[in-house]
Each structure stands twice: as structure tokens, then as C-alpha cells.
Design a protein around this ligand. Structure first.
Ligand code: NAI
Length: 684
């Protein structure tokens, strides 16, 4: 028999309905069924004068069971449960702790009062999953906070802590002591039903609604569910609750089976699983309290900020005082601007800064449980630094390198403890970007890698385990992508056409605008270093070399693929580049042809799928869905497209094999075909 997910306990004349569906008390069909029967009991028994809804263990309903969303929903559905609560004739109090999100918070809004333990978070994150709240969230929330604020909350999916929720009226009280007793006492003193459905929607100023809508659409990249949520919320001003609820439900039902919702759920699960790695077995992370960051440059300062924000003691080490001062000032300026912008409370910022020790005293490395090296990207320098770390760090400390391209095994070999060496590849700016590659060297111990993944989570990153190969997963994918874009320019597309097609697809920025921003010289130097070893027959595009030779290194020199005149807000198309490209084509005897946006987008997706297949076959990527996590969180790939692996699985094996033959023909000599089965294998 299926285990009971809801049980009814009694506290005198108040029923305490306990939701017990580990691990997050998801509002699955069994929970909904259990709630229906408990509410029926409350309604029927004269000895009960009210009820409390509470979650077992450490949370209220933290969300719906997303796995159900791709299929027809089982009865009873959530709106039916909420209706039963509203119509049971007795007050029902939601006792919130942990998280009350999505359907969990909608259920709470269907109750007559909400009491929360301090630290509880509430919110309606449905929009971030391609849908809208479907059980009255868009109708009941505006009845508390008004239309403009409801638009802001629902469209951003923001999580609101109990103190802010209390200030906004989303909860009625924070429980000072025991939550359950506070909620029971509250239920006992409620005079009768206090249904939100019976409340009027506060009148809203048209300008404020327009402003909130415009801001939400912009922040939400104009995705359809954002507009749908706005429409549903705005409608509360003119339509009654019954009609509003039924319209909301219809939109929710349509959106939950939309392609975007499938893609966003795919990405949600891929991200959720990224730090749980079966390959690590039951290896336990080592304890980390103090982190030493070596090198206070761009990356070192960003890593230090991420670690300070997460509550670690940070020792920041440098080779010379001036560089150390620059790094320390950069960190200080960061916190000062966060406080000034109202993003961080001054005392929190001060506490973060107080945990930072900038120092030139290397023996202090002995204090660190984890050392993260972020010095110049040169093997000789890194090896020397690791030798020094090796001589000073305590036994068992994890030693990590932030290298982007260097061979981790060669770095590890310069120490006496390669088992403790891993890669922690952050992305710039390191305190902002979510992605972090945890690189496995050939000697890396499983618990050192587990420490990398757990630190990633603690720093609020999405850590992905990768093998040790040139560019790891992310930069390998990106290099293949960029190469394909260069092919297309050589064949006839202008850089701005390629950028526009990919931005229209949803990339935050096109590849040529990105190249100009990060500077063309790094890749140029890398190509020069590889000239001797590269496949001579393979197709090489020389346009970027010609740009660099002409001193066009990107934004920092005022020109790259585009021109950046002083004062111009956007990159400008440069006739000199058009001419340079035309010459490069004619040097190779290429007759330019038109490439449409659809071809550009398709070639990019196929290239990414092919490279993912190669990375999986080589064991550099360990799990197909990690590829999607990497691209969305490190490279501006549009989340709502799910990622190339999602796309490939949608297309299926037969179509993909034909697609990849076409990609091979487009790409010319040197193209290495991957086996798409690696991408399609859902266990992979
Ligand atoms: P950076 O040039 O801004 O900073 C490097 C810092 O290391 C400088 O402050 C320098 O004084 C210090 N340093 C150099 N040799 C040292 C030594 N022997 N001992 C102590 N400190 C030393 O460089 P950035 O951009 O921060 O890069 C650092 C590392 O991070 C490189 O390995 C790079 O490949 C990697 N990385 C860089 C990314 C980026 O976007 N900039 C992204 C991801 C990784």
C-alpha cells in the first residue's frame, strides 16, 4: 500500500494536518489526495473548529512535483484542494518553515492565515520554469500586495524571506517560539474564514502598472510566460475571482506542456544534478573553513569575494605589495558599491571584509583548508607557485588551480601530493558567474573532487565535473562554436549577421561581439603556439589573424570585428573589416553566398552537439546534461532553449545523423565527427 503522505493529528479542537513527503514535501498527487481527505474530516467533525497545515521535517511544501508537469495531471489538482480549504467553513492556518514555493505558497495563500518560522522563504518561481502560477497565485497575491508589486514578484520568481514577507503582508506573523503551537494558537483565535478570494484588489495607478510590466518584460527577456503572468495579474482589476482563476488555470495548462517549459524543466534537473556525481561514489568532502587565494588579479579578487560572501575566512596572497593592494582595493570597492547601491547591508559587507586577510606572508598558507591558485596563465609560473604551496600547506589541504587551458596533471606533478590537486575553473567575473568547472586530474582523490563540488555549491555556483583536457568542457565547446562562426563568415555571412542571428536565437551576445569584448590577442597567441602542431590540411580561417596583425585587438584598441568610436554606445560596422574579409575570401577563391539566420543557428546547434559527443566519448564531459549546464551558465546560451543536448534529444537519432553529415560537408577538411549516441543516451 502506498505510504500516507498526509496525516491528521489533533491538538484539542484544532486539527494539525502534517504533510510528510520527503525530501522536500513536494505537492504530489498523493499529498493532494491526503489533503482532500483531511480537510473533509475537519469540515465534518463538529469537535474540530479549525486546522493547521504544516510540513514534516524541515520544510513546508517546497514546490510542486515537476516530473508530473509533462503529463496529464492526476486528480485532485491543486485548485480543487484550495477550493476545499476555502469552502470548509472553518479557519485553516498555514504554518510555514523552510520553503513555501510555487504550489506550496499558492496552497498557503488559499488558507485563512500564514504564520512562518523566522528564515522561511516564500515565493512563486513558476515563471522561471516557463509557466505561470496555476492555482490562484496570480489572483490571490495582488489582493495582498497590489498589482504592480505582484507583477514584480511573480515575474522575477523572487524568493522572499520571512521578515520581508511579513512587511509585505504575505504572512501574518513570524512565530517567536514553536511554529506548530503558534499556528494552533492562531487558528484558535481566528474568528472565522479570512479568505483572500473575498478581498478586493487594491486600486493601482495605471502608470505604476505599466512601469512594473515594462520592467518585468525586460528582465524576463520578453518570454511568453512573463507576458501571460502580467496579463493574468492585471486582469484582477477587472474580472472577478472565479473567472480570473479559471483563466489562469487555462493558461497554466497550456504553458506547462509548451516546448519552453520542457526545456526549462530539463535545465532545472540538469542543474540540480550537476553537483551530485555518481562517479564520486560516497566520497565525502573535506572540511573547509579557511580558503587561501593566490594571486589578487581579476580572477583572484572575484574568487575571494565569492568566498567571503559565502562566509569563509579568506587569505589573499600575492607576490608583491602593489598587486596585493590593487586586489584588496578592488574587493573593498566592490563591497562599498554594493552598500551604496542598497544591495548589501553595511554590517554584512563589513563582516565579509573583516574575514579577508590580504598578505605577503606565504607561510600563512598553513592556515588554509583549500588553496585556490589564480596567478598568470603560464606553466612555469604555476609550477613554481605549486611547489611553494606544497612546501607550506597543511597535509590534507585541497590544492586547486584556476587554470583555463593548462594541463592540470603537469601542475599536480610539481607537488609531492598530486592526489590533493584539482582544478577549480571559475568564469569571469568570478563572484557573478554561476558556472564552475571542477577538473579531475589523473591522480585527483575522490574526496578532493567532492570538496570541489561542495565548495562550488557553498559559493552558490553550479559546479560541473570535467576531465583534464585542453579547454575542459566549456572552452572546448566554445572554441568549436566560434570556429564554426568563422567558417560562416568566410563563406559569406558578415560578422554582424552571425551575431544578430545568434542574439535573435537568445544568446546574450554574438560570438564576434564577445571576441571583441574579451580581446582577440589571447586566441591569436594560442593559435600561434599551435601552428607547428596543427593539422595542415584542416580548414583554418585567417580573418582573426589579419585583424590582429592590423592592431585590431577588440574593444580595448577601439577596433576588432567592429569599430568602437569614443562615445558610441554600440559597436559600429567597419567597412575596413568588410574589405579585409572580402580579401580573405578571394585569397582562398571562395565565392561568397547568403547565409540565412536559420542556417546560422542550425549550424551552431549542430556544432555544439557534435563537440558534446566528442567530449563525452573522450570522458572529458562525464554526463551529457552537464553540457547544457555549462553553456547556459557560463556562455550566455538561452536557458529557455534547454541546451544542445535537449535540442538533440528532441530531434532524435535519425535526423541528427543526417544533420551531422551536412555539418561535416559545411565544415570541410579536419572536421571530426562525434557519435551522437553519447548525447542521446539519457543515462549518460
Ligand atoms: P591577472 O593578470 O589579472 O592576475 C594574476 C595575478 O597573479 C596578478 O595579480 C599577479 O601579480 C599574480 N601573480 C603572478 N605571479 C604570481 C606568483 N608567482 N605568486 C603570486 N602571485 C602571482 O590574471 P587573471 O585574469 O586573474 O587570471 C588568473 C588565472 O585565472 C589564469 O590562470 C587564467 O587563465 C585564469 N582564468 C582567467 C579568466 C579570465 O577571464 N580572466 C577566466 C577563467 C580563468
Amino acid at each position: 500500500m502506498e505510504q500516507q503522505r498526509v496525516r491528521l493529528e489533533r491538538d484539542g479542537d484544532i486539527a494539525v494536518i502534517v504533510i510528510d513527503n520527503p525530501p522536500i514535501n513536494a505537492g504530489s498527487a498523493a499529498v493532494r489526495e491526503g489533503l482532500m481527505s483531511a480537510i473533509a474530516t475537519v469540515r465534518a467533525e463538529d469537535s474540530l473548529r479549525g486546522a493547521v497545515l504544516i510540513g514534516a521535517s524541515n520544510t513546508f511544501i517546497a514546490g510542486s512535483d515537476l516530473r508530473e508537469f509533462g503529463q496529464p495531471l492526476a486528480e485532485p489538482q491543486l485548485p480543487t484542494v484550495i477550493r476545499a480549504i476555502e469552502d470548509c467553513g472553518k479557519p485553516v492556518v498555514a504554518a510555514l518553515h523552510g520553503a513555501a514555493l510555487g504550489g506550496g505558497f499558492e496552497l498557503a495563500l488559499g488558507c485563512d492565515a500564514r504564520i512562518a518560522a523566522p528564515g522561511t522563504v516564500v515565493g512563486l518561481p513558476e515563471v522561471t520554469l516557463g509557466i505561470i502560477p496555476g492555482a490562484g497565485g496570480t489572483q490571490r497575491l495582488p489582493r495582498i500586495v497590489g498589482i504592480p508589486r505582484a507583477i514584480g514578484m511573480i515575474c522575477s520568481g523572487e524568493r522572499i524571506n520571512s521578515a520581508a514577507a511579513l512587511a509585505a503582508g504575505l504572512i501574518d506573523a513570524e512565530a517567536a517560539g514553536d511554529l506548530r503551537s503558534a499556528a494552533v494558537a492562531h487558528a484558535r483565535q481566528l474568528a472565522g474564514k479570512q479568505r483572500l478570494r473575498d478581498r478586493a484588489v487594491p486600486a493601482a495607478d495605471a502608470a505604476a502598472v505599466a512601469e512594473a510590466s515594462a520592467a518585468a518584460l525586460k528582465a524576463g527577456k520578453r518570454r511568453p510566460q512573463v507576458q501571460a503572468a502580467i496579463d493574468a495579474i492585471v486582469a484582477t482589476a477587472t474580472v472577478g475571482i472565479e473567472e480570473g482563476l479559471s483563466n489562469e488555470r487555462a493558461v497554466f495548462q497550456r504553458l506547462r506542456v509548451s516546448r519552453e517549459a520542457f526545456a526549462l524543466r530539463h535545465q532545472f534537473f540538469a542543474e540540480r544534478d550537476s553537483a551530485k556525481h555518481p562517479a564520486l561514489g560516497d566520497a565525502r568532502p573535506r572540511d573547509v573553513r579557511c580558503i587561501a587565494v593566490i594571486g589578487a588579479g581579476t580572477m583572484g579578487s572575484g574568487i575571494a569575494i565569492a568566498a567571503l560572501d559565502a562566509g569563509y575566512e579568506v587569505l589573499l596572497l600575492e607576490q608583491e605589495a602593489a598587486a596585493l593592494d590593487r586586489g584588496a582595493s578592488r574587493i573593498h570597492a566592490h563591497y562599498a558599491s554594493r552598500v551604496k547601491g542598497g544591495k548589501v547591508n553595511a554590517s554584512v559587507a563589513a563582516a565579509c571584509e573583516a574575514r579577508l586577510s590580504p598578505s605577503l606572508d606565504w607561510p600563512r598558507i598553513a592556515e588554509a583548508d583549500l588553496v585556490i591558485e589564480a596567478v598568470f596563465e603560464e606553466m612555469g609560473v604555476k609550477q613554481q607557485v605549486f611547489q611553494r604551496i606544497d612546501a607550506l600547506a597543511r597535509p590534507g589541504a585541497v590544492l586547486a588551480s584556476n587554470t583555463s587551458y593548462l594541463d592540470l596533471d603537469a601542475i599536480a606533478a610539481s607537488t609531492s601530493r598530486p592526489q590533493d590537486v584539482i582544478g577549480l575553473h571559475f568564469f569571469s567575473p568570478a563572484n557573478v558567474m554561476k558556472l564552475m568547472e571542477v577538473v579531475r586530474g589523473k591522480a585527483s582523490a575522490l574526496d578532493a573532487l567532492a570538496t570541489g563540488l561542495s565548495i562550488g555549491r557553498a559559493l552558490k555556483k553550479l559546479p560541473v565535473l570535467t576531465g583534464n583536457a585542453f579547454g575542459f568542457v566549456g572552452n572546448r565547446l566554445y572554441a568549436a562554436y566560434r570556429r564554426q562562426c568563422e567558417f560562416m563568415v568566410e563563406e559569406g555571412a558578415a560578422p554582424e549577421q552571425v551575431d544578430a542571428a545568434l542574439e535573435a536565437f537568445g544568446f546574450a551576445m554574438g560570438p564576434f561581439a564577445v571576441a571583441d569584448l574579451s580581446g582577440l590577442d589571447i586566441a591569436w597567441r594560442m593559435r600561434q603556439a599551435q601552428v607547428a602542431t596543427r593539422e595542415p590540411a584542416a580548414r583554418h580561417v585567417h580573418i582573426a589573424d589579419r585583424l590582429c596583425e592590423a592592431g585590431r585587438l577588440g574593444r580595448k584598441t577601439g577596433a576588432g570585428y567592429y569599430r568602437y568610436p569614443e562615445g558610441a554606445s554600440r559597436p559600429q560596422i567597419d567597412p575596413a573589416v568588410t574589405e579585409l574579409i572580402a580579401k580573405a575570401r578571394s585569397d582562398k577563391g571562395i565565392v561568397p553566398r547568403e547565409l540565412g539566420a536559420a542556417e546560422i543557428q542550425r549550424r551552431v546547434m549542430l556544432t555544439l552537439v557534435n563537440e558534446a559527443a566528442l567530449l563525452l566519448a573522450e570522458g572529458v564531459a562525464e554526463r551529457a546534461t552537464d553540457v547544457d549546464v555549462v553553456l547556459v551558465n557560463g556562455y550566455g546560451f538561452p536557458r529557455w532553449e534547454g541546451g544542445p543536448v535537449f535540442w538533440a534529444r528532441e530531434r532524435g537519432a535519425a535526423a541528427l545523423q543526417a544533420d551531422l553529415r551536412e555539418l561535416a560537408a559545411w565544415s570541410g577538411p579536419g572536421f571530426v565527427p562525434g557519435d551522437v549516441q553519447h548525447v542521446l543516451n539519457v543515462e549518460g
